[in-house]
Design a protein around this ligand. Structure first.
Ligand SMILES: Cc1ncc(COP(=O)(O)O)c(C=O)c1O
Length: 447
């Protein structure tokens, strides 16, 4: 384990002088479109702490957007990647294959809640894996249309921009987008409540609303795949009402449509199960993974039923770097760490701690409209006092206050009013509680 001290500490105002100088250099060298959440530059990270170049130590409640789930620079990963780098860094799996790639696929096939015989293929980013899942579904069904949902986020490449719902900042000015993509209404219990209690609590009803649109506006005969995040990430950590996902899946099964679960953000212990689909007992046809799979090394995957995965012709899938050996070594060490250290269980403990603390905060503060999520993927939705009207300004102010006080926390949501927590599972209870105390005090000061 790195020697990085596990405590919050502010050595300078935020940003300190070294970060400020780097912010200036960035402005002159890096394209403006690449934004930053934090006004500081990282120097080291481990456990629940990120240290910046000025020696400030931040409590990490973001994990680099759900990536360093097992803890940054986790010891087994560091050892495995260093050892692999000394052997070889790249051959291209399509040219001279290597065992590590096969081993990662074997683990994915063992761990994912897909039924029957399975196959996997490895890629680099979440977006790239989503693109490949769609390619595979189209090859298998020989159909073209794909349905995604309101509030969905599936990436920033051309096809995945089309699947993603929110225009600003992800799509604005970047069209035209890929064709044959259609959108259906999501189950969003907190906001569906405006349209009646039943819709908010009855997932089957919410699914029937979506399916009626899919049926009438696309038609199963044209539809290759339905893609959905079992808990939506960027869209606002939206947990659909119980029954929503199984009803959609059953309809797909009955109609020859491939059901793709995008578990890029929810996968690998994040939600208190190895995969979020397990919470609803569903077995998707294809599962897309990335982020938490390799503790920060770029790796993603599509895993699914063998007959679907094997439908593209030989040579139809691939890419220069997909399943790079360093990333595979990191993934093998990550999976080992999750299983040997009981991190699925740890994510559930974090859920209990956070929901208890945030629930108490909500009881005394009518600007917290909703506390939701599973495992170490928890959010609060901020609203104008006592209403359901989103409060994006309060969210921005709360984020800025938390950052200045030494806590890394992110926002999300279609309306920009959701504070999301994605702590590494290696964080201590003490640091987590301190991070939440800081947020509570910043929120109180914003009255
Ligand atoms: C659910 C989901 N799908 C896809 C992506 C895209 O992944 P990447 O940024 O690695 O391309 C993300 C990234 O946030 C995501 O949360």
């Amino acid at each position: 384990m790195s020697t990085l001290e596990q405590s919050r500490y502010l050595a300078t105002a935020i940003p300190g002088p070294r970060s400020a100088a780097l912010i200036d250099r960035k402005g002159a060298a890096v394209a403006r479109g690449i934004g930053n959440t934090m006004p500081v530059y990282a120097a080291r990270a481990a456990g629940g702490i990120v240290e910046d170049v000025d020696g400030n130590r931040f409590i990490d409640l973001g994990s680099g957007i759900a990536v360093t789930t097992i803890g940054n620079a986790s010891p087994r990963v560091v050892a495995a990647v260093s050892a692999q780098a000394a052997e070889f860094t790249h051959t291209c799996f399509m040219v001279t294959p290597y065992e590590q790639y096969v081993a990662v696929c074997e683990h994915l096939n063992r761990l994912t809640p897909v039924a029957g015989e399975k196959r996997s293929a490895l890629f680099n980013s979440g977006s790239e894996a989503v693109e490949n899942a769609v390619k595979i579904a189209r090859a298998y069904t020989r159909k073209q249309a794909v349905v995604s949902f309101d509030h969905a986020y599936h990436g920033r490449t051309n096809l995945t921009m089309a699947l993603t719902a929110k225009s600003m900042p992800y799509k604005h000015g970047f069209g035209p987008f890929a064709s044959e993509i259609y959108r259906a209404p999501m189950s969003y219990p907190f906001r569906d409540a405006e349209f009646g209690k039943e819709l908010a609590t009855d997932g089957e009803l919410a699914a029937r609303r979506a399916l009626s649109i899919i049926d009438k506006q696309v038609g199963a005969d044209n539809l290759a795949a339905v893609i959905i995040e079992p808990i939506q990430g960027e869209g606002g950590f939206i947990v659909p009402a119980e029954g929503f996902l199984p009803t959609l899946l059953q309809w797909c099964r009955d109609n020859g449509v491939v059901f793709i679960a995008d578990e890029v953000q929810t996968g690998f212990a994040r939600t208190g199960a190895m995969f979020a689909c397990e919470h609803e007992g569903i077995d998707p046809d294809l599962i897309v993974t990335a982020k938490g799979i390799a503790d920060g090394l770029p790796l993603s995957a599509v895993t699914g039923r063998a007959e679907i995965m094997d439908s593209p012709h030989v040579g139809g899938l691939g890419g220069t770097y997909g399943g790079n050996p360093l990333a595979c070594a990191a993934a093998l060490a990550t999976i080992d760490t999750i299983e040997s250290d009981g991190l699925v269980e740890r994510a559930r403990e974090i859920e209990t701690l956070m929901k208890d603390r945030l629930g108490r905060l909500q009881a005394d503060d009518d600007r917290i409209g909703d506390v939701r999520g599973r495992g170490a993927m928890i959010a609060v939705e901020l609203v104008k006092s006592g209403t359901v009207e989103p409060d994006a300004d309060l969210t921005k102010a709360l984020l800025a206050g938390a950052h200045a006080a030494g806590v890394i926390v992110l926002s999300c949501g279609t309306y920009g009013n959701v504070l999301r927590f994605l702590p590494p599972l290696a964080i201590s209870d003490e640091l987590l509680e301190e991070g939440l105390d800081v947020l509570a005090s910043v929120l109180a000061d914003l009255r």
